[in-house]
Design a protein around this ligand. Structure first.
Ligand code: SAJ
Length: 426
């Protein structure tokens, strides 16, 4: 059996490597030649070391890269589905392109699986019609279904091997064929949904639930401030109830999944009101963090603030929709176009940004020493493990004033307080 994976981003690469390392011949295709080139040079550019070496093993073994789509027994589509904000809908351009690529090499008896996160109805309403154009009948001639990826960036490999999977086929035979394809890959259970649309809905329901739950935690954080209550200890106490499991507050919700996926559920009926409010609550958190700094240092005018951690969460390199970066942008100009930290933004403060994991060259990232040198305040925007190890005495000795705002709960507040820091937390 040969599997062709279409789209070698984070998920496509994980999926392709997983099948290849399990002994299957895999061919990987991506429309982006730069991706193919860096992979063929053995540079997967992944921030998780174990995942990176896993991909290298696959490239040294059963995974080969191809410059154009080729026939294969199984086609797995793992392409991006960004949110088109202008039109308020999912941008399915890549899914349609990949479907056309698959259709161009499709043979009777082949299997096609979509893994990308998509609005309910995409597999049957968008993918199936494109595959049928050449005269093949989906279901009768071709196995077709949807199974979403659910791995947590930062813990990719473990979750790939252990997470349950949801599978939805266009008919019973398709569902069973896809179930047996993925069965050897995970120690988790495989759950067969009624159809692909249900499986697509379930994936969105999972991420939308998390977004709402985080909005609830953020709401509690705002309320707790009014009562002088430490929200994290309150949540820990509340979670002792057998049916309560509140998540953690933070500077906002970032990444390419949680802030986007709830929009994919929207069908224009207004039934998504709760999801919309949750997103608004989360979107307002970066502003709240800036206010926390402002309250601590007085006017931000002329002040220098160092933002440490601008990836969308701790221990990843991805800066998409990053709340920490949003905090920095509210404070001042953080792009390389601004050669030096500039006045501007919210309080005409200067902002410096440091991140040991981020790789976005458009950002004016500086070393830790440069970032904190002369700063009036430090904000932690992402909970990288490295930040938990920082020495408050060394940081404080470089700063103009000792204020630290930690909405991501990464430092030992008592330790930093002992070194004369005014510590603000969520
Ligand atoms: N966050 C909080 N408080 C929390 C948890 C997270 O503020 O208690 C923030 C994070 O800091 C980050 C954002 O939410 O900014 C999203 O982070 P995350 O770790 O919750 O999720 P992602 O986006 O990295 O991955 C999610 C996961 N979905 C679920 O857990 C339901 C992952 O399993 C999915 O595979 C992934 O989306 C995806 O690709 O859809």
């Amino acid at each position: 059996m040969t599997i062709c994976v279409h789209g070698l981003g984070y998920i496509g690469l994980a999926t392709a490597s997983h099948f290849a390392n399990d002994g299957t011949d895999v061919i990987g295709f991506d429309v982006n030649e730069d991706v193919l080139e860096s992979l063929s040079e053995g540079e997967p550019n992944i921030s998780e070391p174990d995942f990176e070496s896993y991909v290298r093993d696959a490239l040294d073994g059963n995974l080969s890269l191809i410059p154009r789509p080729r026939p294969a027994d199984v086609h797995i589509i793992c392409v991006p589905t960004p949110y088109d904000e202008m039109n308020g809908e999912a941008d399915l351009t890549c899914v349609k392109d990949a479907s056309r690529n698959v259709a161009s090499v499709l043979r009777p008896g082949d299997t096609v699986v979509l893994e990308s996160t998509v609005p309910p109805g995409t597999t049957t309403g968008v993918l199936a019609p494109i595959l049928s154009r050449g005269g093949l009948d989906v279901g009768d001639d071709v196995v077709l279904g949807y199974t979403p990826e659910t791995v947590m960036p930062g813990n990719t490999l473990t979750e790939l091997r252990t997470n349950d999977r949801i599978v939805g086929g266009v008919d019973e035979a398709s569902a069973r064929a896809i179930e047996s394809l993925y069965e050897p890959l995970t120690s988790g259970d495989i759950h067969v949904a009624a159809d692909p649309t249900t499986a697509e809905f379930v994936k969105l329901a999972q991420n939308a639930e998390r977004n709402v739950s985080i909005a609830y935690a953020n709401t509690l954080a705002l309320l707790a401030e009014n009562y002088g209550v430490d929200v994290r200890s309150a949540i820990t106490l509340a979670n002792n109830h057998p049916r309560v499991d509140i998540l953690n507050p933070g500077p906002g919700v970032g990444g390419h999944c949680l802030p986007v996926d709830p929009h994919f559920l929207s069908d224009g009926t207004g039934a998504t009101e709760l999801l919309d409010v949750a997103s608004q609550v989360n979107d307002r958190m970066p502003e709240h963090v800036v206010r926390m700094v402002e309250d601590a240092v007085g006017s931000l005018h002329g002040k220098t603030v160092a933002v440490l951690g601008i990836t969308y969460k701790g221990n990843v390199s991805d800066t998409r929709n990053s709340p920490g970066l949003e905090v920095a942008k509210l404070l001042g100009d953080v792009t390389t176009e601004a050669r030096t930290a500039m006045d501007g933004g919210w309080g005409e403060s200067s902002v410096t940004i440091h991140d040991p994991r981020a790789t976005d060259s458009r950002l004016q990232l500086v070393s830790l020493d440069t970032a904190v040198d002369g700063a009036d305040a430090v904000i932690f925007g992402a909970a990288h493990d490295e930040f938990g190890e920082l020495d408050p005495a060394a940081i404080g000795s470089k700063m103009a004033d000792r204020t630290v705002v930690d909405p991501v709960d990464v430092i030992d507040t008592e330790r930093w307080s002992d070194h004369g820091f005014d510590v603000q937390t969520l």
